[in-house]
Structures are given as C-alpha cells and as structure tokens.
Design a protein. Structure first.
Length: 254
C-alpha cells in the first residue's frame, strides 16, 4: 500500500479528535494535526493518539490546509475534518487504491449527520468531496474562506466519509454564525465590494436552488430545513461583508 499522510486542521476539537485520528490511522502511517491554538485538550489528545501536532495561528481554511501539506511526511495526503470518519468501505477502497498517478485525486461521497440523524436531502447528499491527493500535482486552494482540493483529474472511490456535522439544531445555528464570519472575511480579503441588495438576492437564490432546482420541496422537513439554513447562511455572510466594509471606514452598501 502506498504511504499516506493523514491531515487534520483543528480548533477546540477535543470531542472529536481521537476518533478522527483513529480513523485515519487505519490507512495512514503518518498523521499531522495543524492546530489553531486550541484552548481545550485537542493538542494533548492528538499527541496521545499518535499524531504530530503543529501549532499555527489560524490563516483561513485554505491556507491552514497548505500548512498541513507542507508538514506532511508523504506526498499522498488524505485530509479529514476533525468531525469526519472513514466508513469500512472507504477504508477498504483506500487500501486497494493503486495511487500510481500523482495527477489523479480521489473523491468520496459524504454522509452528514445532525445528532444521529443522517440528512439525505439534496445539497447534503450525495456530496462528493476530493480528499485523497498527491501534493506534487494537486492541493487545496489558498483561500481564507471555504476551500477545496484542485487536481488535474478526480476519480470517485466507493465508501463514505461520515460527517458528524452538528450536535443538534442549536449547534447548527451557532456554527452557521461562525462559518459566515469566515466566509465574509474571505470575500473581504478578495476585494468583494459591499452591497445593500446582495444579502437578500443571495438568500432568495439559495432558497430557490435548494427547494426547486435540487428538489428540496419533495424531501420533507430535511429538504426544507436545508433550504432555510442555506438561505440564512447566504444572507448572513453578505451582511457581515457589509459590516467589515463599514468597520474599515468605507462608504457602506448603496
């Protein structure tokens, strides 16, 4: 089997980190955790679980992932979030993968959960994400906000990444608040201007896309909840972008 480094970025993930490392160690002989100066036991638990821990003040998701790529002991990298695990089929698929082409990355389908409830509605499932790649030919976008792996080619492997996204609805709303702050900062750094109309237009577009184009109307409460939270996230991140411009002494939206 090709040598693989497992990588994780963390901040206050003591409830998840040990299980994530254990999952990666099924297919990785090297695991690197890049931690954004956690104030809980994340780093202690990660070291005890056999990972190498690198401390790095948060640079944004994509840039933080770039640090994991630099610190990896092998060119082939399998990246997980702390709240993600490989299921048995995905573990078997990674073990069986030839990984003889550095230009071909591998994607997995992801199952996301709220508590113990698997959310199967459009927008959340199917949800293919590229996570196994060779850093010599592929890598994460160097963005502050949400970032993905860019590779010349991507193939899909069987199995799932299990994503324990939110503990409950209250946790869901709290994390939307966190991630929209990061989204807004990324847009601000990219030079996106403020707008009085963009928050509402973006929210309405997300609602239409989830309910109609992706068929969320026909997936019960899960479909409607995803549509509502997607619209809320879009609305909030553009409001926060406007706020950042106002805080910098700009003219604000018009």
């Amino acid at each position: 089997m090709t040598a693989i480094t497992g990588t994780i970025i963390t901040y206050n993930e003591e409830d998840h980190i040990e299980a994530c490392i254990a999952s990666l160690r099924q297919v990785c002989d090297d695991v690197v955790v890049v931690d954004s100066l956690s104030t809980d036991r994340t780093c202690e638990l990660a070291r005890s679980a056999g990972a190498r821990v690198v401390l790095q003040k948060y640079l944004g998701e994509g840039r933080q992932r770039k640090v994991t790529e630099k610190e990896a002991g092998h060119d082939w990298i399998l990246a997980l979030d702390a709240d993600e695990r490989l299921d048995e089929e995905a573990v078997a698929a990674v073990r069986a993968a030839s990984l003889d082409d550095a230009a071909t990355a591998c994607a997995f389908n992801r199952k996301s959960f709220v508590g113990q409830r698997w959310i199967r509605a459009p927008g959340w499932y199917p949800d293919y994400i590229t996570r196994l790649y060779n850093r010599t030919r592929a890598g994460y976008e160097a963005r502050y906000g949400h970032a993905g792996v860019v590779a010349p080619r991507v193939v899909r492997l069987p199995g799932h990444i299990l994503h324990y996204t939110y503990d409950d609805l209250s946790d869901w709303v709290a994390k939307i608040n966190q991630v929209t702050s990061l989204d807004a900062r990324g847009m601000f750094e990219a030079g996106q201007p403020p707008s009085a109309w963009k928050p509402m237009l973006s929210a309405l577009s997300a609602l239409f896309r989830q309910l109609v184009l992706r068929g969320g109307l026909f997936h019960g409460i899960d479909g409607r909840t995803i549509a509502a939270t997607s619209a809320f996230r879009c609305y909030l991140k553009y409001l926060k972008l406007n706020e950042l411009h106002e805080g910098k002494g700009g003219q604000g939206p018009s």
